[in-house]
Ligand binder design. Structure first.
Ligand code: HEM
Length: 411
């Protein structure tokens, strides 16, 4: 008989042991049922960080996302940790860490380039990148879908949007893995202290060079948009340009890679679902949405209360952290039948890109296109793909991703 679970009032949601093998889905199901807005008093690994409220149901995540006046992105940052890995000042230099009106003005500079129509113009180019990467697997029996397929594809796609030379893709991928996966011993072997000591200075130095080039010779990439942006007649400061660049490269790199790998793993573990897609590739867009729902690339984003308020029967005080758990809200049994079942025909709505509101993901059209192409090309070439070892999760309550997914290709 299994031991009684820890009472919810004693549970510390972000503790490392909860996340060793991916998100603690059973814990979140208990929270949704018994204590949907839940208080974690401390983060043991970072004693200087305050505790936080967890928001676990889809309705409450929706409510928080849509009320930026009560739940600020600027006041305390956007992840459960305020300052422990990167100082708040740098988080606030990205528009994901700003409130309106500055947030809206900066985001608007990019929105025109990210509409489904504009993004669709990149389909041929993204397919060519994907095919080139898959060509390199020719003759190999085993590969790692994270490092051999997903990483080089997403790096080149976002790299081409940003004006990064292809020869630098691996460097930027490393920098994103060490900063976003700071707590994981494989993604960042030297520990969280190195992020501010080594990685952030390297990001500033490398991006500084790109910025200087764009100042001299404007191009049509997104780095140039940042360099020449004017908000109320003023140019962005250097650190705002660098962090704007970081936001786009980080969001573009990590998330699509994560969803592809988790979706492929689910297909490999559910051969009936894999067969459905191989036989009828028109189901792939639905499978993409189901992968986004079940495996949201970011486990959470966070807000800070700007006033005392009520949510889910709890009183939240001004200044307290409010963490929206998309890994939970996307399996909310009041919205989904049998929420833990992976069903490629479900074509669900979900909150993987956020629940709407001001900070709704800028890159949804790009992510959906990349994921569709990645699934289409992988399955067309390797319809009999199967597992060849144990997939491993990055140890993180923020990035919800596999760091390795070994497969046997069997063309
Ligand atoms: C599977 C892929 C992706 C997922 C799951 C994802 C998820 C998210 C989430 C959850 C948010 C925050 C929403 C909120 O706080 O309400 C977000 C914001 C953002 N995403 Fe994505 N994203 C993905 C791909 C991309 C791509 C490819 C880009 C392209 C550059 C991108 C750019 C951004 C930006 C710039 C923001 C900040 C938006 C704002 O603050 O207004 N994302 N994304």
């Amino acid at each position: 008989m299994s031991a009684d679970p820890i009472p919810l009032e004693e549970v510390l949601v972000t503790e490392r042991e909860q996340w060793e093998d991916g998100p603690p889905h059973e814990l979140f199901a208990r929270m949704r049922g018994q204590c949907p807005v839940h208080w974690t008093p401390r983060i043991t690994e970072y004693p200087e960080e305050a505790g936080f409220w967890s928001v676990t149901t889809a309705d409450d995540v929706h409510a928080v996302s849509h009320d930026w006046r009560t739940y600020s992105s600027e006041r305390g940052g956007v992840t459960a940790l305020t300052n422990a890995i990167m100082p708040l000042e740098l988080i606030r230099a990205m528009f994901i860490g700003m409130d309106p009106p500055k947030h809206d003005r900066l985001k608007a500079l990019f929105q025109r380039g990210f509409t489904p129509k504009r993004i669709a113009e990149h389909e041929d180019e993204i397919r060519a990148i994907t095919r080139r990467v898959l060509d390199r697997l020719e003759g190999r029996e085993i590969c790692d879908l994270v490092t051999d397929v997903a990483q080089p594809v997403v790096s080149r796609v976002i790299g081409s949007f940003m004006g990064i030379p292809p020869s630098d893709d691996e460097i930027w991928a490393r920098l994103m893995n060490t900063t976003l996966g700071a707590g994981d011993p494989d993604l960042n072997p030297e520990g969280v202290e190195t992020v501010m000591k080594r990685d952030v200075p390297e990001i500033f130095e490398r991006c500084g060079r790109l910025i200087a080039e764009r100042r001299e010779r404007p191009t049509d990439d997104l780095t140039s948009v940042l360099v020449h942006a004017e908000i109320d007649g003023e140019r962005l400061e250097e650190h705002e340009i660098v962090m704007g660049f970081f936001l786009l490269v980080a969001a573009g790199n990590d998330s699509t890679k994560a969803t592809y790998a988790s979706g492929m793993r689910a297909l490999i573990e559910h051969p009936d679902q894999l067969r459905l897609l191989v036989d009828d590739p028109s189901l792939i867009p639905s499978a993409v949405e189901e992968s986004l729902r079940m495996f949201p690339a970011f486990a959470h984003f966070r807000r800070t209360a700007t006033r005392d308020t009520e949510l889910g029967g709890q009183t939240i005080r001004e200044g307290e952290k409010v963490v929206m758990w998309y890994v939970s809200s996307n399996r909310d049994e009041s919205r989904y039948d049998d929420p833990d079942r992976f069903d490629v025909t479900r074509n669900p709505d979900h909150q993987a890109f956020g629940a709407g509101g001001r900070h709704f993901c800028l890159g949804t059209a790009l992510a959906r296109l990349e994921l569709r192409i990645l699934f289409e090309e992988t399955l067309a070439r390797f319809p009999l793909i199967e597992a060849a070892g144990r997939p491993e999760y990055a140890e993180s309550p923020f990035i919800n991703q596999l760091k390795t997914l070994p497969v046997r290709l069997r063309p």
